[in-house]
Write a protein of this length. Structure first.
Length: 571
């Protein structure tokens, strides 16, 4: 049943609607006003307005179907347009832009005279349909009972084709011309009533329905509705043609004049609208036939939605975050230079990397990384949910830094690379080494008694001492179990060969055989892992990690993570 809300706030209505229930949503919210700061009718605070629009956009994202489309009408003022797009882009994956000319005869050439209409999709590679429309009826002045048409010459110009020069219906082509086809073609057109003969002259009927024109990305307003109230009728009709066929479900939370509801109803589209201004003289709700909708004047109390917090809602936030990132570069350099580095000591390198990671966390603490979660999930699709909870923080943080600030001149890329490296480091440790320690404890294995030779051999002593410490002194404190990236890679190099030699490595390999699908061991997992270790350690030094290194490291880390997550059998 079509539903018209009159009285409740648009956001309150949206909050109580069901997820994924609409094919098309049209948003024309009250816009920012004022040249310097934005003002809103219920307050003069930019943050208050931004929070409201953020919730409107988030509900639209929630309510539209996966393959549906949300449209957003933005005023032509650049400062407002940037803010709206900034918020929309953090929820949706792809968009298409249309310019709406506000008046048929603009009084000025001021760009503020136009509006922008953005179509958004949740799908990254969504193909927005093109729009073709019939040409103006004035171009097709005649009608034959079938369609409007205009007369077109049946002759060809240019080179003459002998087979196309003949007498037909007692008429021959003028000198220097020939028919457009052979006799059979002309007879066929005549039988289909596509030829008109008048006064000894022949014409081809060019039907209007067969000559649509592709609509450009600039749409003109075709009726007298002021666009700060709503779109013109033709633009609404075009949106329906592109995204909402008969039986589709559409939502308009800000229907100021009732036009959207009326036109959806006439097309047989199932619609839900919030009618905002009952007192308008050009109110079109009264034109909707009675019985075509139910009227709702009150709704239950708010649904208590939990919203994503602290997405970047305006350019001032972007500027502030850029300033923070620029300062981050300086802070990272201080960290890199202040600690007495020993490249032969992984503990020393790790101390620098951990301090840089903590600095990144502090810089981004006021800004949610949730806007990057969809991209992060696609990055590791379809195994995202198998990640350790902490890893689900590292990857979006790296994406946020890389997407927004990877191109900043002079920015050290080390903080970005560290976040990706930590995701792989966390997965290796929790899914392989942490689990193995718990397995040793469950089996009651005493490392010194079971593998005494491991402490004497150079290639296994570090691993044996680590296991001894975790299963003995720190047995009750698993939060303190830690094994650096380079050390894990060294042990795995020995464990993932076909026939490990050392007893302690054999025992570790037996554990891996139990928790990983056997196909994992054919993945050549160790290939290029040394590149990641080297990149990670380079992050402890000033200005070594550049964008090319990050691109290479990201791809290697992604492949390693996918291999771990795909073949891991537990959790």
């Amino acid at each position: 049943m079509n539903t018209l809300y009159s009285g409740p706030d648009s956001l309150d209505v949206m909050e109580q609607l069901e997820d994924g229930s609409y094919d098309f949503i049209y948003l024309a919210p009250p816009h920012f006003t004022g040249a310097q700061g934005f003002e809103y009718f219920f307050g003069d605070c930019l943050r208050e307005y931004s929070d409201y629009i953020e919730k409107i956009i988030e509900n639209s994202f929630r309510l539209v179907k996966e393959d549906g489309v949300t449209a957003f009408l933005s005023p032509g003022r650049e400062y407002a347009d940037i803010n709206y797009r900034l918020m929309m882009d953090q929820f949706f994956c792809s968009s298409r832009h249309i310019t709406i000319e506000k008046r048929l005869n603009p009084a000025t050439s001021n760009p503020d005279n136009n509006y922008s209409l953005y179509f958004y999709s949740k799908l990254k590679d969504f193909e927005f349909p093109g729009l073709k429309e019939l040409r103006p009826i004035e171009e097709f002045p005649e009608h034959d009972g079938h369609d409007y048409f205009k007369k077109r010459s049946p002759y060809r110009l240019g080179s003459l084709i002998p087979n196309f020069i003949y007498e037909w219906q007692g008429i021959v082509p003028p000198p220097g011309r020939c028919w457009i086809g052979n006799r059979e073609k002309m007879d066929e057109l005549y039988q289909k009533n596509r030829i008109l003969i008048e006064g000894g002259k022949v014409w081809i009927k060019d039907y209007r329905s067969e000559n649509p024109t592709t609509v450009s990305s600039v749409w003109k307003s075709h009726d007298g509705t002021r666009l700060n109230s709503f779109l013109d009728s033709q633009s609404i009709d075009r949106m329906f043609s592109m995204f909402a066929g008969r039986g589709s479900k559409v939502l308009c939370p800000f229907d100021r004049d009732g036009k959207f509801s009326l036109m959806a109803d006439a097309r047989g589209i199932v619609w839900t609208s919030v009618f905002l201004d009952v007192g308008r003289r050009d109110n079109l709700v009264s034109d909707i036939p009675k019985g075509h909708y139910r009227l709702v004047r009150e709704i239950p109390a708010g649904a208590g939605r939990v919203y994503k917090k602290d997405i970047v809602t305006n350019v001032s936030d972007i500027s502030e975050l850029k300033d923070r990132v620029k300062q981050l570069t300086k802070d990272v350099q201080k960290i890199q230079l202040s600690i007495g580095m020993d490249d032969n000591s992984e503990i020393s390198v790790d101390a620098v990397i951990e301090k840089i990671h903590q600095q990144v966390s502090e810089v981004l603490s006021a800004f949610s990384i949730e806007g990057c979660l969809p991209e992060a999930e696609r990055w590791l699709s379809p195994y995202w949910n198998r990640l350790e909870p902490e890893s689900r923080h590292f990857i979006p943080t790296g994406l946020l830094l890389y997407n927004q600030f990877g191109g900043e001149p002079g920015m050290d890329m080390a903080p970005i690379m560290i976040e990706y490296c930590k995701s792989l480091e966390k997965e290796l440790f929790k899914k392989m080494f942490f689990g193995y320690i718990k397995d040793l404890i469950d089996r009651g294995v005493r490392i010194g008694e079971e593998f005494p030779e491991a402490f004497q051999r150079r290639n296994t002593s570090v691993f044996a001492e680590f296991l001894e410490n975790c299963t003995n002194a720190k047995k009750e404190h698993p939060e303190e179990w830690k094994f650096e990236m380079g050390k894990m890679a060294y042990v795995l190099q020995a464990a993932l060969v076909r026939d490990p030699r050392e007893n302690i490595i054999k025992d570790f390999r037996n554990y891996l055989d139990r928790i990983f699908d056997r196909r994992f061991f054919r993945e050549r997992f160790m290939d290029q892992l040394s590149i990641v270790t080297r990149l990670r350690n380079s992050c402890a030094h000033p200005s070594i990690v550049d964008s090319d290194a990050v691109e290479e490291g990201k791809e290697i880390i992604r492949n390693k993570l996918l291999a771990i997550l795909k073949y891991y059998l537990e959790g």
